[in-house]
Design a protein around this ligand. Structure first.
Ligand SMILES: [Zn+2]
Length: 409
């Protein structure tokens, strides 16, 4: 089976996750896919294969060298986004893409067009795997799974390529933010790992936001409006005042790259009580701490004006930048960088403006940068993946295995 045949098989499994069920895996159909993958790994002859009751599938490709090589892991997620159906996916390969519109569903006029998705033009001449316009494709992250299984199969077929123990892990529920929660890092037993879950060819990510949530509670004082002079405090207006103290140019809509922000995600209230909900994001830990302090300072400023206890701030850290965990092991980035170059891929190091499973795993003790899986337009009907990108990502996995063994020779 080629890596593309594997991918086309995987996308026929509906593995959509569901935020509302409260169980792991969040949907039983993910377990069906996990069982299928388990059989495939057994047929490949992998060792230490385990599928736990939460749907985490681990396996090992044993070392073929005599010297000690650190165990390297490769991780991908089995679920697809709750945003769009993943049932009855009918992939189609557009060979030698000519740069024009691609009709996904002619009857309903669903078109994948470079006018809306200019990144298509980076893949002219390549073979694009697209949907029929009615589901997502599931390249996020079945491309990642195919690349890892494909690489392992390749290494088995090419024993002349020397490598240490390669550990692979497939997890459920990444799309609902729970991929890392029940990931048994100790049982996985790798020194470090890579999630194969990025987008465009070359992406290499080891920085993400530091993240906190803040609830700003404003207490008002309600009085009959006819007799309210110098008595009423309208919490809605004080909340509005609070919101306007925050720098207007530090929002998601006005920032990019390494610029952090405050994001007002909810406001709810009446005269007596108003709650503002914010998320706070910054790659830099010091600036992140300063942002949280600023939220407290703005509250103090208004309390001075309206009385102690008018504004209270509740802060909760959500996750941290994995850079802090990866930096002491910079060789794991160097190896990925060199592996890409040897596979003919130009590395594009990029800071994630969000969080990842890899960040959570990094803080659970498994440093885990993210590498491209090749797909684009995730989570919708316009999702596509070039055949050549899947093949390149697979080669990167093979090269990482090879370079790690060389480095520890
Ligand atoms: Zn993903």
């Amino acid at each position: 089976m080629t890596v593309i045949e594997r991918f086309l098989k995987y996308v026929t499994f509906d593995t959509q996750s569901d935020e509302s069920t409260g169980v792991t895996p969040s949907t039983p159909k993910q377990m069906v896919f996990a069982q299928y993958l388990k059989t495939e790994l057994e047929e490949l002859g992998l060792k230490d294969i385990s599928l736990d009751e939460n749907g985490y599938l681990f396996a090992t490709l044993p070392s073929n060298v005599n010297h000690e090589v650190p165990v390297v892991g490769f991780i991908a997620h089995m679920d697809t986004s709750p945003d769009m159906s993943g049932e009855n996916v009918k992939p189609r390969i557009v060979e030698k893409y000519d740069g024009k519109d691609i009709p996904l569903c002619a009857e309903e006029n669903i078109i994948l067009s470079p006018a809306n998705f200019p990144e298509l033009l980076d893949h002219v001449g390549e073979d694009l795997i697209v949907t029929d316009g009615h589901t997502l494709l599931g390249a996020d992250d079945k491309a990642g799974i195919a690349e890892i299984v494909g690489a392992v199969a390749y290494l088995i077929a090419h024993p002349e390529i020397k490598h240490g123990d390669i550990r692979i892990g497939f997890n459920p529920d990444e799309e609902i933010g729970l991929g890392a929660h029940k990931f048994d890092v100790e049982k996985f037993g790798a020194k470090w790992a890579y999630t194969m879950d990025g987008g465009e060819v070359g992406e290499l990510e080891f920085e993400n936001f530091n993240a906190a949530a803040a609830k700003i509670r404003v207490k008002g004082r309600n009085v009959h409006p006819g007799y309210a002079k110098n008595k009423m405090i309208n919490s809605l207006l004080v909340a509005n005042e609070y919101a306007s103290l925050l720098p207007a140019n530090e929002t998601p809509g006005t920032t990019e790259g390494y610029e952090g922000f405050y994001h007002l995600i909810g406001m709810e209230g009446e005269v007596e009580n108003t709650v503002l909900s914010y998320i706070v994001r910054d790659h830099d830990r010091e600036k992140f701490e300063a942002r949280k302090q600023a939220l407290l300072n703005y509250a103090a400023q208004l309390n001075e004006k309206y009385g102690e206890g008018t504004v209270t701030v509740e802060l909760k850290d959500q996750y941290y930048n994995m850079r802090q965990q990866v930096e002491p092991l910079m060789h794991i980035i160097d190896i990925a960088f060199a592996a890409m170059q040897e596979a003919g891929v130009t590395p594009k190091v990029k800071a994630i403006r969000g969080g990842t499973d890899g960040a959570q795993l990094s803080f659970k003790g498994l440093p885990c940068p993210n590498i491209f899986a090749g797909g684009l337009n995730f989570h919708g009907r316009y999702e596509f993946v070039p055949v050549q990108s899947i093949e390149k990502a697979m080669n990167v996995v093979v090269k990482i295995a090879e370079l790690t063994a060389k480095r520890y020779c």
